[in-house]
Design a protein around this ligand. Structure first.
Ligand SMILES: Nc1ncnc2c1ncn2[C@@H]1O[C@H](COP(=O)(O)OP(=O)(O)O)[C@@H](O)[C@H]1O
Ligand SMILES: [Mg+2]
Length: 247
């Protein structure tokens, strides 16, 4: 009989990151399946950005492994992870401000520059994020919310399967946040997954189907929004930190 091994889309096993004596992450094991929206929350300094950086390859973990479709990618450089569908946006936007929207999004697919479908892929990403009308505009004339959509289009143009977002809703208007949620649901409905780091708790609680909670670099809870909200350890972490509320 053949033994079938079922791999998660992404799995971290006992992931650890230390900066000198600071254990920014320790023993973090989490799993992400295709077609779901996940949240990663925790008080300031809990290790959320460090987790995104380690998973996408901006920093090298000091312990544990990152499995992507069952392959250990812990030592892969960032560009290789991105090409294989592990995409991110940055907490502070990283766009080419004098280039057009179209050119910025095309930068996300440069490794495929000789692909005859590149133009079509860029146009499809612009469509998916409501940017087709703005294709020729330079990025520096756009609102913050629109520039964030350009970043997401760029991140997903190269066939992203998992989108890791570090505080994407910061500075957005209510209308832009609603639109962002819609885009993420559409991405999910096309089979993509999202790992969302976000301070806006009402957004996390309504958009995410599963939430991981970090505190002092450790995973203290994981579950549905209702389970996480009702978890005493999570409440203690938030009330202890005193700077955020779960509601
Ligand atoms: N490059 C770094 N060098 C030293 N310490 C860092 C570095 N990046 C993060 N840290 C520390 O690691 C911990 C987690 O930080 P971070 O992942 O940015 O938290 P969060 O995103 O949850 O606010 C904090 O104590 C932070 O000061
Ligand atoms: Mg952060």
């Amino acid at each position: 009989m053949q033994r079938q091994v079922v791999h998660q889309m992404l799995e971290t096993q006992q992931l650890g990151v230390s900066f000198g004596g600071v254990h920014a992450l320790s023993g973090v094991s989490l799993a992400i399946e295709p077609g779901r929206i996940y949240g990663l929350i925790g008080p300031n300094g809990a290790g959320k950005s460090t987790a995104i950086n380690a998973i996408t390859g901006t920093i090298v973990p000091t312990a544990g492994r990152i499995l992507w479709h069952g392959k250990d990618v812990s030592r892969w450089p960032q560009y290789r992870r991105a090409r294989s569908g592990l995409a991110r946006t940055f907490q502070n936007l990283a766009l080419f401000h004098k280039l057009s929207v179209w050119e910025n999004v095309a930068c996300g697919a440069l490794h495929a520059h000789d692909d005859p479908n590149l133009r079509g892929a860029v146009d499809a990403a612009l469509d998916a994020f409501g940017l087709a009308q703005l294709a020729d505009e330079p990025v520096n004339v756009l609102s913050l919310g629109t520039r964030k959509r350009v970043e997401m289009a760029r991140a997903t143009v190269a066939n992203a399967k998992l989108l890791l977002l570090d505080e994407p809703a910061a500075g957005l208007t209510g209308g832009e946040i609603t639109e962002f949620s819609e885009r993420m649901r559409e991405f999910r409905d096309r089979g993509g997954s999202v790992l969302l780091v976000e301070h806006d708790m009402s957004l996390v609680m309504t958009l995410c189907e599963h939430i991981f909670v970090l505190d002092f670099g450790k995973l203290i809870a994981g579950g549905t929004p209702d389970e996480v909200r009702a978890n005493p350890a999570v409440q203690a972490a938030y009330f202890g930190a005193g700077d955020e509320q779960l509601h």
